[in-house]
Design a protein around this ligand. Structure first.
Ligand code: PMP
Ligand code: GLN
Length: 390
């Protein structure tokens, strides 16, 4: 293994899912739903397979039906106008979109700012691109009235992290693992900084539809001066609960799209042929689908969050995503790694230590992430087990 990748080892998600299987534990680690997305979308995939649509290499940028549906989605939801032919690119999940964006846009030695804790592929992709990652740490802030705190971005810290070598800011909102949804005011400040310092933004918005309590998801590309300097990333895995299909996409200016496509064509070239047609149909689902998804997940967030609080965890109530971050110090441990390694044995539950998402490991040490995109009975059983931890 080369020096660029040597530090990364096996992803925590594979390690913890294997642990869940070998110990027969409830897997609240890796984020994937235990209920598949809408039947009508699965039937659309079946039809495409049967009718021979997408069984051979689809077009490099993605099938036109899907690119048009993505452009329509961005226009209808966010007022963002993108030409499906030159400004939309279908990728093998958001994972490839992230990799291709960084490989295409980062020169060796460039600095890439990412909000820490960050999704684990960011660090590896910055490294593969030969860039240097510059983490800006989101800080946990307790709610003085109780009821769950929030992770906040210190805008001064972000400004101070920009240097003449900074090439881009890698954003993620709604944010994995903290569940923070960046506000319009925070995003406006980031946009102003990007314009002032002439930075690109790669904005990972895979959880765009998973927001709670009426929180608003704002794509940074919709803010003044940002459309031309932003690559926005979406994923059908998250929005429609088909993580195995690996259908993701980018929307960006023709120049940025062409750049990302240059890298993408040598990574996978194309992927997921028949599933692309099915996701084109999924993108036409009525608003009721998204409202139902949000209501279901919000109830699950509350079930798991309240259960974890009763079990003694300090809970940071997520405004978005399907993850909840907890502080385990009230349970007498400050080491999330050790805690997660022993949790299957002690309670029959698997979770993820947030420290893996940090360069400043000590800042993440006492935090542990649980996924709540699981059936209600599964979450209830996990809560019952965790309450017996004591
Ligand atoms: N970005 C974030 C923040 C994620 O949580 C995930 C899913 N784990 C991805 C990207 C990858 O998405 P996909 O499954 O579409 O590759
Ligand atoms: N995005 C999922 C998570 O954060 C996992 C994806 C993966 O396993 N690569 O849990």
């Amino acid at each position: 293994l080369n020096r660029r990748l040597a530090e990364f080892g096996t992803t925590i998600f594979a390690e913890m899912s294997a642990l869940a299987t070998s110990t027969g534990s409830i897997n609240l680690g890796q984020g994937f739903p235990d209920t598949d997305g809408p039947l009508e979308v699965r039937e659309a995939a079946e039809r495409a397979l049967r009718e021979g649509r997408g069984n051979q290499y689809p077009p490099g940028p993605g099938v036109p039906e899907l690119r048009t549906a993505i452009a329509d989605h961005q226009r209808a939801r966010y007022g963002l106008d993108h030409d499906p032919d030159t400004e939309v690119l279908v990728t093998a999940g958001a994972t490839e979109a992230i990799a291709a964006s960084l490989l295409a846009l980062v020169e060796p030695g460039d600095e890439v700012i990412a909000l820490e804790p960050y999704y684990d592929s960011y660090a590896a992709c910055v490294a593969m691109a030969g860039g240097t990652r510059v983490p800006v740490t989101l800080r946990p802030q307790r709610d003085p009235r109780g009821g769950g705190g929030r992770y906040v971005l210190d805008l001064d810290e972000l400004r101070a992290a920009v240097t003449p070598r900074t090439r881009l800011i890698l954003l993620n909102t709604p944010h994995n693992p903290t569940g923070t949804v960046l506000s319009r005011a925070e995003l406006t400040a980031i946009a102003e900084l990007a314009v002032e310092r002439d930075l690109l933004v790669v904005s990972d918005e895979v959880y765009e539809h998973l927001v709670f309590d009426g929180a608003e998801h704002v794509p940074i590309a919709s803010l003044p001066g940002m459309r031309e300097r932003t690559v926005t990333i979406g994923s059908a895995g998250k929005t429609y609960s088909f993580t195995g299909w690996k259908v993701g996409w980018t929307t960006a200016s023709p120049e940025l799209t062409a750049a990302v496509r240059s890298a993408k064509q040598f990574l996978t070239y194309v992927s997921s042929g028949p599933f692309q047609y099915a996701i084109a149909e999924a993108l036409r689902l009525p608003d009721a689908y998204y409202e139902g998804l949000r209501a279901d997940l919000q109830a699950k967030r509350d079930l798991l969050g309240e259960g974890l609080a009763q079990a003694g965890f300090e809970v940071y109530r997520p405004q978005g995503t399907y993850f909840v971050t907890t502080d385990i110090r009230p349970l007498g441990s400050g080491d999330g790694f050790a805690f997660c390694r022993s949790l299957p044995e002690r309670a029959g539950v698997v979770a993820i230590p947030n420290a893996v998402f940090y360069d400043h490991r000590e800042a993440g040490a006492p935090f542990v992430r649980f996924a709540f995109c699981k059936r209600t009975d599964v979450l209830q059983e996990a809560v019952d087990r965790l309450k017996r931890l004591g």
